[in-house]
Ligand binder design. Structure first.
Ligand SMILES: *Cc1c(COP(=O)(O)O)cnc(C)c1O
Length: 420
């Protein structure tokens, strides 16, 4: 799919007068349309809800938008819970899908009215000790160890630290029921960035079959099944996006055949992150250097501290040189940041047009697991984030300042005051 930007060189030149690059821009309309398509695809399921994985793009402005569209949040820490709460997500609008969880985290989650998704059998006890009781609605995370469709999707689940094998899942549900839980769900995330229309339907089949077995053996009828995240996006122009309507239809078919035919009706939950915001976030950066040594380098003012996926996973992120969208390829370049780390490369051997200092490069598909994964190595401050709404930019996170950076440090206050 051809990659285009929802703004022009002119827009960015105007914005950059007020805000220095690098910065992130999110396209509100894109996110909205995406969420609406998700809800359309699952409209056959009365209780359907998307619990956006907060870690993908933790900003209240985005969570408020998602909340207004009917979404909840999937959280795994107290700050994520608080962010969901301050964005209007209340009782039953938060799933707490944590692992290696502290007492404080369980308490905060239960206080927020979150549905607790237990990662392990031992956590039944931990939850009860932390909170004092077992909440009414609980969920257990499943890890089948091996999954016939897995190789294509995720690799060996024996190596995955998440979830519990079937026997432990059954034991956990039995314990939870004995301890007074009333509403039950199961959850599994067996893939990451899977651009296949078959992943959710195949996962649904697996979990629906498990639901029948749970009813038979434990006399528990599940209230919901959480398909979690993992739906991918086409990072490369050569890839095609998934067809969310076909995915919803595939899950419906499995639901009718396995659950409905056996007299079970339950709610389908999802916890997508990447699919919801990934394609609608753009990292805008400026060319500040050109270096010709053994290879050709383009230096930009963003670094892996802004977007670390290329550095840590070798991920492809497409680039548009604004104003040069239709220009011919002039050669291959490594596009690099300024970290003292040789993996600080947004692209390696990338075909690009002729580039001048001052050109703006837009890095695509940075809307999920982008800003949120960033860090401050080499003293690089965190970039600002903006929401593009009706052609205007609204700041949703200001850039980190030097004062922010030094505030938590034990340092010479007088010196810092004098240099301000
Ligand atoms: C990361 C995560 C998600 C979201 O994953 P995406 O690949 O962004 O869709 C959902 N649920 C859980 C429990 C996660 O850890």
């Amino acid at each position: 799919m051809k990659k285009v930007t929802p703004f022009t060189l002119n827009d960015v030149q105007r914005w950059a007068e007020d805000y220095p690059t690098p910065f992130y821009v999110y396209d509100e309309e894109g996110i909205r349309e995406c969420v609406e398509a998700v809800y359309d695809a699952f409209s056959w399921n009365e209780g359907f809800r998307e619990f956006f994985a907060v870690k993908a793009c933790p900003t209240p402005a985005i969570l408020r938008l998602l909340e207004s569209l009917g979404c909840g949040a999937d959280c795994a820490s107290v700050p994520e819970i608080v962010m969901a709460q301050c964005s209007g997500m209340t009782e039953n609008k938060i799933v707490f899908s944590s692992n290696e969880t502290t007492y404080d985290e369980y308490r905060a989650a239960v206080q927020a009215g979150a549905i607790i998704n237990l990662d392990d059998l031992t956590q039944v006890d931990v939850l009860e000790k932390a909170v004092g009781y077992i909440p009414e609605a609980v969920c257990c995370r499943y890890n089948p160890g091996q999954w016939e469709t897995t190789n294509e999707f995720m690799g060996n689940l024996y190596d995955s630290k998440f979830g519990m094998p079937e026997d432990q899942l059954f034991e956990a549900l039995r314990l939870l029921k004995d301890k007074g839980a009333k509403k039950f769900g199961i959850h599994a995330m067996l893939a990451s960035c899977c651009i296949s229309n078959e992943y959710y339907p195949a996962l649904a089949r697996e979990l629906f079959a498990l639901a029948l077995k749970i009813r038979e053996e434990l006399e528990i009828t599940l209230d919901f099944i959480d398909l979690s995240g993992g739906v991918g996006i086409p990072y490369r122009p050569s890839e095609e996006p998934v067809d969310i309507a076909a995915i919803g239809e595939g899950v419906r078919k499995a639901y009718d055949e396995i659950l409905k035919a056996n007299g079970i009706e339950l709610s389908i939950y999802t916890e997508m992150g990447r699919y919801i915001t990934g394609p609608y976030g753009y990292l805008v950066t400026k060319v500040i250097g050109k270096k010709h040594i053994y290879k050709e380098y383009i230096g930009v003012d963003a670094t892996a501290s802004c977007l670390m996926r290329p550095a840590i996973y070798g991920s492809y992120h497409h680039m548009t040189v604004l104003g040069k969208e239709d220009e011919a390829v002039a050669g291959t370049f490594d596009v690099v940041g300024s970290l003292c780390e040789n993996n600080d490369k947004f692209a390696v051997d990338r075909e690009l047009p002729e580039i001048e200092l001052g050109d703006y490069i837009v890095i695509h598909d940075a809307g999920a697991h982008g800003h949120s994964m960033g860090y401050t190595y080499n003293g690089k401050l965190r970039p600002a984030e903006f929401m593009k709404r009706d052609g205007a930019l609204k700041m949703i996170r200001r850039a980190q300042t030097m004062d922010d950076y030094f505030r938590v440090l034990d340092c010479d206050e007088e010196f810092m005051e004098a240099r301000r």
